[in-house]
Design a protein around this ligand. Structure first.
Ligand SMILES: *Cc1c(COP(=O)(O)O)cnc(C)c1O
Length: 440
């Protein structure tokens, strides 16, 4: 980054600082990963200079012969990798991609979206009242049973009663296998479109480590920067089943993305997605997907041995949701303590959470990024031990009820936690471990 260093030393040194942080800590936010250098080179290429409104061979601007080839290559690779009939690689990110699906198929203020409630692990765009999806469309939310599992009979009952036009399956904080076949049957019973939002688990699906939704759903949305390990971005895919239900489905979605919602596609992002798709074709990626799950399972059983209460009792995929109630501390405090100890996770609501979203009862963590670095089961045992030690440091701490008092308390509390000697000694051990596992 010689030119950047010369032109803008402030941004250069911030990037270097962040690079150092990403190397020295255990990145365990389950939606994060390390993109390869090849992906980043494509992302940082001259393709960022081009305007390409429209689709391949039907552009509104001249000079797109090369870009057409790039976009077609990305589409063809996705079609082959997932086994789908139609692909759109232009959505800027996951949220705009879901928006495009709703705009393609629903009439605002009339047609219903049915999705998992945000508080139970659905995404904002699955009908949360604070998102456009809940503001512009009527929403039916389903939840989880008392064990934190999807209750398919209840989902079916709700679908039959409410007749949503679209059902969304696929989540941001669900640690178990999703029964896409059952969702398919429910959607078919009421003639609804079924959208599988597999943003979190795409890498697991393409490596065969999680069942594919392709035979059972009409539309698939995935982000490209999570377990797929590409650049930030998203893809919309239509299955054979989707085209059978609605031969215009691909066209409707394409039109909703452009010109419905977006202008020019980010061609550099498209190229980087194509690179990630190529990387995901290989045998190494299959092993990667399987190792993500082996690591998550090893970490889950080690945490259970340390008396952690895992929502649903464990995990089938890349992520773990911990209910901290028995540890007598909330997720916000724990996430802070773990960050100080070099273990980066996020606070998260647990099913039936009694606490507000800003300091919920749980944390969410996952293994995609540390598995990219080459960590295996042995390292998971160490991580569980460190987590247990770090959380003991803050067990019993709580936040004042009063909002104003809490603000002041939190400021001082943060200082205190950052000064904690035990936590910084764990951070040193974490750093030593991390130095043995390369990032791209
Ligand atoms: C991450 C995610 C999204 C949104 O992705 P952004 O790129 O952050 O907009 C949508 N749905 C699910 C299930 C996700 O996990």
């Amino acid at each position: 980054m010689k030119s950047l260093k010369k032109v803008d030393s402030a941004i250069y040194s911030l990037i270097k600082k962040e690079e150092g942080r990403q190397k020295d800590v255990l990145e365990m936010i389950p939606s994060e990963n390390y993109a390869s250098l090849a992906v980043m080179e494509a992302l940082g290429s001259v393709l960022t200079n081009k305007y390409s409104e429209g689709y391949a061979k039907k552009r509104y601007y001249q000079g797109n012969a090369v870009i057409d080839e790039v976009e077609i290559l990305a589409e063809e690779r996705a079609k082959k990798l997932f086994g789908v009939a139609h692909v759109n690689v232009q959505p800027y990110s996951g949220s705009p991609a879901n928006t495009a699906v709703y705009f393609a198929l629903l009439e605002p203020f009339k047609d219903k979206i049915m999705g998992l409630s945000l508080a139970y692990g659905g995404h904002l765009t699955h009908g949360s009242p604070v998102s456009f999806s809940g503001k512009y469309f009527p929403v039916v939310s389903y939840t989880l049973d008392k064990n934190g599992m999807l209750d398919y009979d209840e989902i079916e009952r709700l679908a039959l009663k409410e007749k949503p036009k679209i059902i969304v399956c696929g989540f941001t904080a669900y640690p178990r296998i999703i029964d896409f076949k059952r969702f398919g049957k429910i959607a078919d019973k009421i003639g609804a479109y079924l959208l599988a939002d597999i943003s979190h688990i795409t890498g697991l699906v393409v490596s065969g480590a999680h069942p594919s939704p392709v035979p059972y759903v009409h539309i698939i949305m995935t982000t490209t920067h999570k377990t797929l390990r590409g650049p930030r971005g998203a893809m919309l895919m239509v299955t054979e089943k989707g085209l059978k239900k609605d031969p215009e489905l691909g066209n409707k979605i394409d039109k909703a993305v452009f010109p419905g919602l977006q202008g020019g596609p980010h061609d550099n992002q498209t190229a980087a997605i194509a690179v990630a798709l190529r990387e995901a074709q290989g045998k190494l990626f299959k092993e990667y997907g399987k190792q993500i799950i082996k690591n998550a399972k090893a970490l889950a059983s080690a945490l259970i041995k340390h008396n952690f209460n895992l929502v649903s009792g464990g995990t089938d995929n890349h992520l773990i949701l911990i209910d901290l109630t028995n540890k007598k501390v909330n997720g916000a405090i724990v996430a802070l303590a773990l960050e100080v100890a070099g273990i980066v996770v996020n606070k998260n609501a647990v099913p039936n959470d009694k606490m507000p979203p800003f300091y919920p009862s749980g944390i969410r963590l996952g293994t995609p990024a540390i598995t990219t670095r080459g960590m295996k089961e042995k390292e998971m045992l160490k991580i569980a031990k460190w987590m247990n030690e770090a959380i003991s440091e803050v067990s019993g701490e709580s936040l004042p009820e009063d909002k104003e008092v809490r603000k002041e308390f939190w400021k001082n509390f943060k200082k205190k936690v950052w000064a904690n000697k035990k936590l910084s000694s764990i951070a040193k051990e974490v750093k030593t471990l991390c130095s043995k596992f390369r990032t791209p």
